[in-house]
Design a protein around this ligand. Structure first.
Ligand code: HEC
Length: 149
């Protein structure tokens, strides 16, 4: 076991040596795609959460979806931290960063609370907190370009 570990550590060290010394900075398109992916995760988990409440998906999965939603929400703030305008974000995201980041932090805190409540008391206990936690539309109305039809 120890020899195997030593071998693995040796491999990892060799791999590290072959990596470029400076990690390439993300291209603007990468930054935009990354934050869109985080948002898509939120969209998928919010839809799954609602499906469990409507009897269209296993009810016991409510808590799991609430947990994943909370994790993705905490990733969202980080994803917007590089100031890269574009995608469907309005420039106000960075022009009003104090307000935007406050909204994101509240969103992360409220979804974390939702997940904790679900862990302790299940969907029935958490459901009343959903509207207050899923502040998606409130933020999109201010900070996302209106969707093209
Ligand atoms: C504090 C602000 C904020 C909150 C809260 C927020 N979003 Fe977003 N969301 C954005 C912004 C800004 C964009 C545009 C990102 C871009 O294209 O640059 C976006 C984009 C999206 C997209 C489109 C992704 C794509 O494919 O281009 C989806 C889906 C989405 N959000 C879902 C959600 C859901 C669901 C929630 C709540 C559970 C949520 N968002 C909460 C700000 C927010």
């Amino acid at each position: 076991m120890t020899r195997l570990l030593q071998f693995a550590a040796g491999l990892a060290f060799a791999a590290a040596l072959t990596l470029p010394a400076i990690v390439r900075a993300s291209e603007p398109d990468d930054v935009i795609e990354y934050r869109k992916n985080i948002m898509k995760t939120l969209g998928a988990q919010a839809a799954a959460l609602n499906a469990t409440l409507q009897g269209k998906a296993p009810a016991e999965s409510f808590t799991l979806h609430a947990q994943v939603l909370a994790i993705a929400a905490s990733e969202a703030l980080i994803a917007f931290t590089p100031k890269v305008e574009g995608g469907d974000s309005k420039p106000e995201v960075w022009a009003k960063w104090d307000d935007f980041s406050k909204k994101m932090k509240e969103f992360a805190a409220n979804t974390a609370d939702l997940a904790k409540t679900a862990e302790a008391g299940g969907a029935a206990a958490a459901q009343p907190k959903m509207q207050g936690a899923l502040t998606c539309k409130g933020c999109h109305d201010t900070y996302r370009q209106p969707l093209k039809k």
